[in-house]
Design a protein around this ligand. Sequence first.
Ligand SMILES: NC(=O)c1ccc[n+]([C@@H]2O[C@H](COP(=O)([O-])OP(=O)(O)OC[C@H]3O[C@@H](n4cnc5c(N)ncnc54)[C@H](OP(=O)(O)O)[C@@H]3O)[C@@H](O)[C@H]2O)c1
Length: 346
Amino acid sequence: MIKIHKKYIERTFYLAKKGLGGVRQNPLVGCVIVKEDKIIGEGYHKKYGEKHAEINAIDSVKDKEDIKGSSIYINLEPCSHYGKTPPCVNELIRHEPKEVIISNRDPNIKVNGNGINALEANGIKVIEEIKRREGEDLNKRFFTNQNKKRPYVILKWAQTEDGYMAREDGSSQWISNAMSRKLVHKWRSEEIGICVGIDTAILDNPKLNVRKWYGEDPIRVIINPKNKSLNNKKVLHDNLSTFVMTEEKDSTSSKKKFFKLNRFSFKSILEKLFDEGVSTLIVEGGSKTINYILKDNLWDEARIFIGKVNFKKGTKAPDLKIRNKHKNINGDKLHIILNDEGNSNK
Ligand SMILES: NC(=O)c1ccc[n+]([C@@H]2O[C@H](COP(=O)([O-])OP(=O)(O)OC[C@H]3O[C@@H](n4cnc5c(N)ncnc54)[C@H](OP(=O)(O)O)[C@@H]3O)[C@@H](O)[C@H]2O)c1
């Protein structure tokens, strides 16, 4: 039986992942409705503010009478509160499935166990923790938001084979290959914010948008404590959103916002961003910015490309223990490091 539950929970993961980039600060959720070992309906949460996975799955069933006595698989406990949409648990109860099988409880205190209690109080069996770890990994962003009350932070950089991130003259282009750069644009489309230090914003004058993939552009976040001039820089002169975090001034003009932070630190930057709805952040350098974050241990994941070039001298890449295990991206080595205790710099 457990084998069958795992099979359908895996299907919910597959469906849930399709929502990446669209659900914003909501969790990724997939739902599969099974009767006599056949899928009779399925759905996932597609877009923030729109229908949840359970409702899309119910909507997809041709004859709603078939849901009676079915097994409903969802990777996350169904919601039991009124948010942007009514509680899903009421709809599930109304259709009288015999059981609901989930991977994770919802850590949101408005739900946490209440969805399960409501199902059980209505005679519906609940089976929990099927592929719990994989479920947590799928919703790593959401779990970090709920448990740590801060954005999920991904560090990304490219370094040379001999460990440099930029040349002596400050240029850093073409460390990674075209395929790696395309992958980075996909990653940008999956997160809500993208961050660089002020020197990168000035020296490289990047657009920090999504061009080599499809999807929404993230909000650009520039760490600029001393409010150095960004005149003529692309991040202030296009129609996309930019937040500048400074010690100097607060001001807002259309999509460009300057936030004055009193105790300037990456921690206070994350607090402000979280208040502003930036629940995930990809940080793309430079080296000083990433070293600040490593020192404060305020990161969740690092994605490091090692390109096939050598600079011999220049700006050293951040000092993070990189194991041999990597993916091959057309010749570049991609190392993905999770900030569990073994990798943290503290
Ligand atoms: N290979 C790659 O993947 C990659 C990626 C990006 C950039 N780069 C290269 O890296 C070079 C720039 O990097 P960089 O290390 O010199 O500078 P940077 O990291 O872009 O900017 C550093 C500055 O940002 C501010 N800052 C960032 N985090 C802060 C914090 N937590 N608290 C206070 N201030 C903070 C400080 O500004 P103040 O100095 O005003 O205090 C700091 O000096 C460029 O040459 C660029 O081409 C390479």
